[in-house]
Design a protein around this ligand. Sequence first.
Ligand SMILES: [Zn+2]
Length: 239
Amino acid sequence: MRRAFIATTWTEDSADDDIDTLIKAIDRCYDSLQPLLGRFGQFNPLPQLKVFGSWELSNTAATSPFPNFEWMIDRSLSDDGKAVVASRFVDMVHLEPWQSSFPHFDLTLIDLPLIDDVRRSATHYDALGMCQPGLVSVISTAPLEVIDDPDLRALTLSHIVAHYLGRLVGTLELQPAGYIYPRAPHRHCLRTCAMRYLDDNPMLALSFAQEQAEKGLIYCSDCQHDMVAAMVNYRLGIN
Ligand SMILES: [Zn+2]
């Protein structure tokens, strides 16, 4: 299905610094892919980034079945109301009227804990993120509370954003060299790359982020090529 843009959203209590990191991280990922693209003015497969934040429909809020973003979050909460349940949020994204009118990618930042019951289990309360490739990635900043230093938190979150952006556009779905560990619930990269398996471990994400910052790279060359190829497929609707 053709998908030409990424809608970025976040919960209203997300920290301003985290939101800033989210947007800048996506920009850096796009910059890293530029050398693989054609000259300016030629076909550009990068999905346009549309920033919706914690959106609200001002005129139709009273009657729309989907009046605002927090409404979608509220209906995605666990029974104890303390965390977002991944499968419930994915259902919300599927049902969102705008998704059926204008199919797009959703990249969402939440400050609440995330239960990844899609890939892991209903008792897994501290997921860094979850992804349904081709549709939605959700990233939770709740596990990052263990990192006190704001610069290290931003570095870690940037790495996680790069990982879930890559998975959102289906990077690892294309890659025959992708790997699956017995413990990993999905394909991942084994090179020095943002597509390595994070195991929902914020300290592992931090160590990967530091290693890659020292080397000045985000994705390995194979994942860069696969990411652009996946974006072309979605841009043209041939996947
Ligand atoms: Zn890679």
